[in-house]
Design a protein around this ligand. Structure first.
Ligand SMILES: *Cc1c(COP(=O)(O)O)cnc(C)c1O
Length: 393
């Protein structure tokens, strides 16, 4: 990781694994399942851990390695583990730290499937869970049990945009010898570095801001220490949650513009949030950049900018939300986030539809909640689109 001391945007372009022997400026796609144990130069056998040490693509591949090293550098971590998807990364962490009789504490408004797999599958194997509002430290303290083996945070959370105090929760967790994992998908390492705040593990859905072009699904885990890395890497390999070299190539390409993409999306978001906050048909809005956000000050401490995710509620509730989404023309009605195009969605009927009514209520997922992922279009066009659709309500 020779670019450690360089600026963020420089690292985005130049960080990663060793460059290709033929001088290719971009790391090529090593589209191979397996690697010869004979060294091409001297014909001698090379064994795992020696020379380039690549054996089989599920275990490791040069294109994937380039991406892992680049993101580990951006997150100031020990090393990275590329995964098939964000959920591949989440499942790998759960498999490595949880087991029969173990307990997880997490936020009640995290990414839906990250909770769903605990309650739907891990519970069958005897894993216990407590979901609380982790923006409230007292609730976190009260949830910890002697068998708590993992605190799993997502901040800002999905889709309520609540901000959890990472350093304060790390302090509570570490007093109890519990590792902390943070899903940093909403911020990306451009805006927030949880490992610098003491978290042990950070993970991303690469599908979102890091790739940024809505054309792949991928995930990554970065650990602060070698110990956590050694626990997680073999779990990813044996579960088969590995990346594909083609996918890694596209993410490495998208990653290069992360800084300028987020700068632009954030600049747009600040203007859209200002516009929505004053709109008479809007009941409430959650955006870390607004003074009205309950953790506005904490957000400024943890994050280098307010990001590009906005949630708001319509005074007209569910029906108004449906009308809004039926009438937007530029904003794309779709799940996912963090791409170059503005996306709009309605969690209660889409991403969080499988949660029970109580779980939705506890997680703040109300029927009127609309979520925007602001893209890099001209902001006048985004606002004009929302304006014409809001007029139809
Ligand atoms: C999308 C998302 C995930 C899951 O990622 P996939 O790549 O879709 O598997 C996890 N966490 C957050 C916050 C997400 O937005």
């Amino acid at each position: 990781m020779k670019h450690k001391a360089k600026g963020f945007n420089t690292k985005l372009i130049h960080s990663g694994g060793p460059k290709d022997a033929l001088g290719s400026v971009t790391t090529p796609i090593y589209q191979t399942s397996t690697f010869s144990f004979k060294d091409a130069d001297d014909g001698a056998a090379c064994f795992a851990g020696e020379s380039n040490g690549f054996i089989y693509t599920r275990i490791g591949n040069p294109t994937i390695r380039d991406l892992e090293l680049a993101i580990a550098d951006l997150e100031h971590g020990y090393d990275g583990i590329g995964c098939s998807s964000g959920m591949g990364a989440v499942s790998t962490v759960y498999m490595a730290y949880l087991g029969a009789g173990k307990h997880i504490v997490s936020h009640n408004a995290i990414y839906g499937p990250a909770r769903g797999i605990i309650e739907g599958a891990f519970a069958r194997f005897g894993v216990e869970s407590t979901y609380v509002d982790t923006t409230d430290l007292e609730q976190v303290k009260a949830a910890i049990r002697p068998n708590t083996a993992l605190i799993y945070l997502e901040t800002p959370a999905n889709p309520t945009i609540g901000i959890s105090d990472i350093p304060a929760i790390v302090e509570i967790a570490h007093k109890n010898n519990i590792p902390v994992c943070v899903d940093n998908t909403f911020c990306s390492p451009y805006l927030q570095n949880p490992l610098d705040m003491g978290a042990d593990i950070v993970l991303h859905s690469l599908t979102k801001f890091l790739n940024g072009h809505a054309d792949i699904v991928g995930g990554i885990i970065v650990t602060r220490t070698v110990e956590h890395y050694k626990k997680l890497r073999p779990m990813m390999v044996t579960m088969g949650c590995n990346m594909d070299p083609n996918q890694a190539f596209l993410v490495r390409r998208g990653l290069k513009t992360l800084g300028i993409r987020i700068d632009r999306a954030q600049e747009n978001s600040i203007k859209v949030a200002d516009y929505l906050e004053k709109h008479p048909k809007i009941a409430w809005i959650m955006y870390p950049g607004l003074k009205s956000h309950p953790q506005h000050e904490l957000g400024k401490k943890l994050m280098r900018g307010p990001g590009a995710m906005i949630s708001f509620g319509l005074k007209g509730g569910l029906d108004a939300g449906k009308t809004l989404m039926d009438n937007v023309q530029l904003c794309v009605l779709a799940v996912s986030l963090g791409g170059i195009e503005t996306l709009i969605q309605h969690p209660a009927s889409m991403t969080h539809s499988k949660l029970s009514a109580e779980a939705k209520k506890a997680g703040g997922i109300t029927d009127d909640l609309v979520r925007l992922s602001i893209g890099i279009e001209d902001v006048e066009d985004i606002i004009a689109d929302l304006e014409q659709a809001l007029e139809k309500i």
